[in-house]
Design a protein around this ligand. Structure first.
Ligand SMILES: C[S@@+](CC[C@H](N)C(=O)[O-])C[C@H]1O[C@@H](n2cnc3c(N)ncnc32)[C@H](O)[C@@H]1O
Length: 402
């Protein structure tokens, strides 16, 4: 599915610097991998749309739809049982007749008509009496979203700038923030509470902030300083119950939480001779976590046994060391390892023959053991390490100043 929606921004006058046309709207593109499985939520209506132009005796607004079927398969032959006479208020018998004079059919069966007389209304028009049925505003299940979204409903670029100022004060500008109400509408249409929302271009954090207030789970990704200067403080404010944006509409008063991760730098770099080596950006803990993960182990250091640093699903342990591994060291470890347990040791170098010394101990060379699982030279390398490094006070301040 692919659809364009326009966000209309009202301004007092056209942009005078426009060379040809002054653009007054943005676009949202809607995609689906498979349109057959797409479900679009309808928007609940608090205001009754103007086409509900009639009011019954109890004040309920409704509009009338012809009882005669119209469109595809509206002829008698398609549904013969829905062709029958109804009695108009003046006693005349009325049959469903198509515009071309041929036999048509009703939308409802005779039983349904008999059971719901209060929903029928007769109109005496140019062509005589015709039955209609009532559609009430308060029983409608909401309206399908339309392709034109007005700034009164979803905000505009100006709204989002004001929202930014509310959250951050005047000193944190961001070029392309979206208004919260706009993202709220997108999430209303495309998700329900508890769904997972992802924004891989988080910018100032609007999607995450709105998702949080709307009870959605979310993942936001941002590779720039705004992750620290905007997303983090904004989400903290949301958790603390900030009252900007859609907070009032969502009856938001704070709560919940979020986790903030940094992607690890690339694990392997080339040295000056072009050989792959472990990046100097990795400290010991990061290295163990990374190599454990790349070998299929969960990082879980044992408080008492230094060589039990991670565990595989099959119940095997992993030990990662940056030191040369000698036969004597291996023998020490082997003495402590029961025969029924298995251990993988990753080391940069080791004595010849160690790999075959013990049946239940496997030894691999770093970095060769993980080379085929690595990317090179990218600082946003996609390796999720356990316990990512936290920024210290000074680094936070640097980010905030940025
Ligand atoms: C147009 S802004 C997003 C605005 C955001 N929706 C808001 O309302 O605040 C796009 C953001 O995507 C970020 N970005 C661009 N390429 C990226 C990438 N490959 N990975 C992560 N973030 C990226 C940019 O740094 C920028 O902050």
């Amino acid at each position: 599915m692919f659809q364009k929606t326009r966000i209309w921004e009202k301004s007092d006058s056209p942009r005078m610097d426009a060379k040809f046309f002054s653009s007054r709207h943005d676009h949202i593109l809607v995609y689906a991998k498979n349109i057959d499985t797409v479900e679009i939520n309808r928007l609940s209506t608090t205001e009754v749309p103007s086409h509900y132009n009639k009011t019954d005796e109890s004040g309920r607004r409704y509009y009338l739809k012809p009882l005669r079927a119209m469109g595809a398969e509206d002829d008698r032959a398609s549904r013969p049982t829905l062709y029958f006479a109804l009695t108009a208020p003046d006693g005349t018998e009325i049959l469903p007749v198509r515009a071309d004079g041929s036999d048509g059919r009703w939308r409802w069966s005779r039983e349904r008509i008999d059971e719901n007389p209060e929903l029928l209304e007769w109109v005496n028009g140019r062509k005589g009496w015709a039955p209609y049925y009532k559609i009430f505003a308060d029983t409608s299940t909401g309206t399908p979203p339309e392709t034109l979204w007005r700034h009164e409903e979803v905000g505009s670029n100006r709204t989002s700038k004001i929202e930014m100022t509310q959250v951050f004060g005047g000193d944190k500008s961001f070029d392309t923030p979206k208004p919260e109400a706009l993202v709220q509408r997108v999430l209303q249409i495309g998700s329900v509470e508890g769904d997972l929302v992802i924004d891989s271009f988080l910018g100032s954090g609007t999607t995450a902030a709105v998702a949080h207030k709307m009870g959605r789970r979310y993942i936001g990704i941002e590779y720039n300083g705004t992750a620290y200067s905007h997303c983090y403080p904004r989400l903290k404010a949301v958790v603390d119950g900030e009252q900007g944006g859609i907070s009032r509409a969502q009856n938001w008063h704070g709560g919940g939480g979020f986790k903030f991760y940094e992607l690890a730098p690339t694990l392997i770099v080339k040295d000056k001779h072009g050989n792959p080596v472990i990046s100097g950006k990795y400290n010991a803990q990061m290295l163990v976590a990374a190599i454990s993960k790349l070998n299929g182990y969960a990082y879980a250091p044992d408080a008492d046994v230094f060589w039990k640093q991670g565990l595989s699903q099959a119940g095997s342990f992993i030990y990662v060391t940056t030191e040369y591994l000698t036969a004597a060291q291996l023998d020490d470890i082997a003495r402590e390892l029961p025969e029924y347990e298995r251990l993988l040791i990753c080391a940069p170098a080791f004595d010849i023959g160690l790999g075959k010394r013990y049946e239940n101990i496997n030894i691999r060379k770093i970095p060769q053991s993980v080379l085929d699982k690595c990317e090179y030279g990218a600082d946003n390398y996609n390796l999720n390490i356990v316990n990512p490094p936290e920024l210290d006070e000074e680094e936070w301040e640097d980010c905030e100043d940025a």
